[in-house]
Ligand binder design. Structure first.
Ligand code: HEC
Length: 271
């Protein structure tokens, strides 16, 4: 309990008691006092829906009390009738008549103007990869490793092309549905995905990553992301379950070849 608030409410009730105020003021005071207690009297905040529920009950109870005898009914209605009929109060009455609908309208306006914001959650799109992973019972060194086919690019271009073409097949059989037929991350499934699949044509993605990083992401997929990569609901599958190791490396060759980009060099990544 918030002692200060409780004391303030009790003190206000004490003052009213001394002041011998009318029943109408008492009814209002009870209503306001209980509202203040519910709203501010507890250290743990009470949900607004619970407060309105309680205030509904309080309103009915106060109404039942003040209307429970002829005397009380008269006592309550007398000042109200005077307020409404006495010439002195005409200006006040007019102001009240305008104020009540205006307040209701203001309330509606305020409620409708609550800006809608999606809940914020941040994520590391490229969390650090582990230094080593095991794929099909084989340890792959992600720090020192290389794409086993990359060296063919210089030494044996025709052989290199066959691997790129194999990668193309892997891509169009497996990846196109999400990553899109032009690799722009706009495959037919994207409308149902959040986060959306990576756009490989984006200049800030493939050239910033090492091939071993991509291998890790392809082999282990969304389930393989570390804690700091989350919260993720990524649909990226763990392809080690469906593809051979070579096929994954070939798919990576294809990603770079098709987008005309170069992988990030090992030395560069070490900086
Ligand atoms: C079911 C949809 C789906 C399929 C199929 C899919 N991916 Fe993905 N992929 C995603 C999503 C979504 C992301 C982005 C979230 C993430 O990084 O996990 C992603 C991310 C990636 C990344 C990480 C890129 C980065 O910037 O870190 C790579 C690499 C990748 N996909 C390659 C592939 C390859 C290769 C295939 C086919 C063998 C494939 N994906 C098939 C949904 C898919």
């Amino acid at each position: 309990m918030n002692i200060l608030v409780v004391l303030a409410v009790v003190a206000a009730f004490g003052l009213l008691r001394f002041g011998r105020v009318s029943l109408l003021v008492w009814a209002g005071a009870w209503w306001v006092g209980i509202y203040v207690l519910l709203r501010f009297g507890f250290t743990a905040p009470i949900p607004a829906s619970v407060v309105s529920l309680y205030m509904g009950i309080v309103s009915i109870a106060i109404l039942a009390y003040v209307s429970s005898s002829q005397e009380r009914r008269d006592e309550i209605s007398r000042p109200l009738v005077r307020f409404m009929t006495d010439k002195r109060y005409t200006a006040f009455l007019a102001a009240t008549v305008v104020a009540i609908p205006a307040l209701a309208a203001a309330n509606v306006y305020v409620q409708m103007n609550v800006p809608l914001q999606p809940p914020l959650f941040s994520r590391t799109v490229h969390p650090a990869s582990p230094s080593e992973i095991t794929v099909h019972d084989k340890k792959i060194d992600l720090d020192a490793g290389e794409n086993p086919f990359r060296h063919l690019e210089a030494s044996s271009p025709t052989e290199f092309r066959t691997h790129v073409e194999n990668g193309r097949k892997v891509y169009y059989r497996n990846c196109v549905f999400c990553h899109g037929d032009n690799l722009a991350g706009n495959g037919m499934f994207v409308h149902g995905l959040d986060p959306i699949p990576t756009n490989f044509t984006d200049k800030g993605t493939l050239p910033m990553l090492r091939e071993t990083f991509l291998f890790w992401r392809i082999a282990k997929g969304g389930p393989g992301l570390p804690e700091e990569g989350g919260p993720w609901d990524t649909a990226m599958p763990a392809w080690e379950k469906f593809l051979k190791e070579e096929e994954m490396w070939e798919a990576i060759l294809f990603l770079y070849d098709s987008t005309g980009q170069r992988p990030r060099a090992k030395e560069e990544a070490a900086k």
